[in-house]
Design a protein around this ligand. Structure first.
Ligand SMILES: CCCCCCCCC/C=C/C(=O)SCCNC(=O)CCNC(=O)[C@H](O)C(C)(C)COP(=O)(O)OP(=O)(O)OC[C@H]1O[C@@H](n2cnc3c(N)ncnc32)[C@H](O)[C@@H]1OP(=O)(O)O
Ligand SMILES: NC(=O)C1=CN([C@@H]2O[C@H](COP(=O)(O)OP(=O)(O)OC[C@H]3O[C@@H](n4cnc5c(N)ncnc54)[C@H](OP(=O)(O)O)[C@@H]3O)[C@@H](O)[C@H]2O)C=CC1
Length: 283
């Protein structure tokens, strides 16, 4: 097993001795966060539903990474994820609530089950993981940091209104938890992410993806390692002082602009494409 390459921007050993749990840590932004945390000296536990994805990422990171499989929507799985991290390392300093998602769909076409699916993952799953980390690890230790990753809803997410409401709820929970758990020594912050270059973008309809980088004032998508740097910063002592804050990382774009429906997306009948359903095996 290799030692992680040192961080390009943080002091060596910034997070030495610390233990981080990253949900959705096998892919995209979660993988980038786990990689940077390890580069700063942390032991990282990455969680998600697909073992092969997690194992591949852990192998890339090296000896600092370990894996636990589970679904954060399931109470037993979520408890096992937190307990496994604790059993392996005896402590949990940082929870990165990164697992999340939604599908692209006009508001009036969202079925009740679809609304609930997005809330179960983004709001209920995030809440469950935060509460378990606090109860089982952070409050007993008198110390911990929780970073909630949202898809920034600051301009409203037309085309993903279920996620817009869910992510706004997570931002509000961030502020509330920061106050509620401050006396326990626990800091809670959120990252409102814009558009990032991850494989997850492949699932959006082609007209949605085409040219999306040009809509970002920086004229490029965010790079996952930039997100990783921000997670590491929030894991540092500075992050503790930022408790209750939502930090936006979006290249000045947020996740929406302009009218609905977007003129470039509609077909001849004025309809907007909805993303394909995922294969049953991954549901
Ligand atoms: C212009 C610029 C723009 C810019 C736009 C570009 C955005 C770029 C920014 C990127 C942002 C990101 O977040 S990228 C990261 C994205 N990653 C993810 O989304 C991964 C995680 N996602 C998921 O797991 C799923 O999407 C999610 C729906 C949330 C949860 O899945 P579940 O297994 O719980 O749900 P399922 O069993 O699949 O479906 C349950 C119900 O949901 C509904 N449903 C689910 N998928 C559906 C679909 N594709 N189309 C219709 N309906 C669907 C149906 O009602 C289903 O009920 P039945 O019909 O009765 O079964
Ligand atoms: N890419 C982007 O432009 C942006 C992404 N975001 C947000 O950042 C986060 C990461 O996004 P990104 O890396 O791009 O996308 P991914 O789809 O690659 O990340 C989602 C991760 O969460 C895991 N996951 C999903 N559902 C569950 C579940 N029920 N239990 C446990 N793990 C789960 C997935 O693994 P598995 O399927 O194996 O469980 C996967 O590793 C998401 O919350 C996303 O919405 C925010 C802004 C922009």
């Amino acid at each position: 097993m290799s030692t992680p390459a040192p961080s390009r921007i943080f002091a060596p050993g910034l997070l030495d001795g610390q233990v981080a749990l990253v949900t959705g840590g096998g892919t995209g932004l979660g993988r980038a966060a786990a990689t940077e945390l390890a580069a700063c000296g942390a032991q990282v536990v990455i969680a998600g539903r697909r073992a092969e994805v997690l194992e591949a990422t852990a192998a890339r990171i090296g000896a600092a990474a370990s894996v636990v499989c589970g679904d954060i929507r399931d109470e037993d799985d979520a408890r096992r994820i937190v307990d496994t991290a604790l059993e392996h390392h005896g402590r949990l300093d940082l929870l990165v609530n990164n697992a999340g998602g939604q599908y692209f769909v006009p508001a009036e076409a969202i079925a009740t089950r679809g609304w609930q699916a997005v809330f179960r993952l983004n709001v209920d799953g995030t809440t469950r993981m935060a509460e378990l980390a606090v109860e089982r690890a952070m409050r007993p230790a008198g110390r911990g940091t929780i970073v909630n990753v949202t898809l920034s809803p600051h301009h409203g997410l037309a085309g993903m209104t279920h996620s817009s409401a869910a992510r706004a709820a997570v931002e509000s929970l961030t502020a509330a938890w920061a106050r509620q758990w401050a006396a326990d020594g626990i800091a809670v912050v959120a990252i409102a992410a814009g558009h990032f270059q991850t494989d997850a973008l492949d699932k959006y309809p082609e007209p949605v993806r085409a040219g999306v980088a040009r809509t970002v004032p920086l004229q490029r998508l965010g790079q996952p390692h930039e997100h990783g740097w921000l997670v590491a910063l929030l894991a540092s002592p500075l992050g503790r002082a930022m408790s209750g804050t939502v930090v936006t990382l979006d290249g000045a774009r947020d996740n929406w602009f302009g009218p609905w429906p977007p003129p470039t997306l509609t077909d001849g009948d004025g309809d907007v494409p909805t993303e394909e359903r995922r294969p049953a095996a991954t549901r």
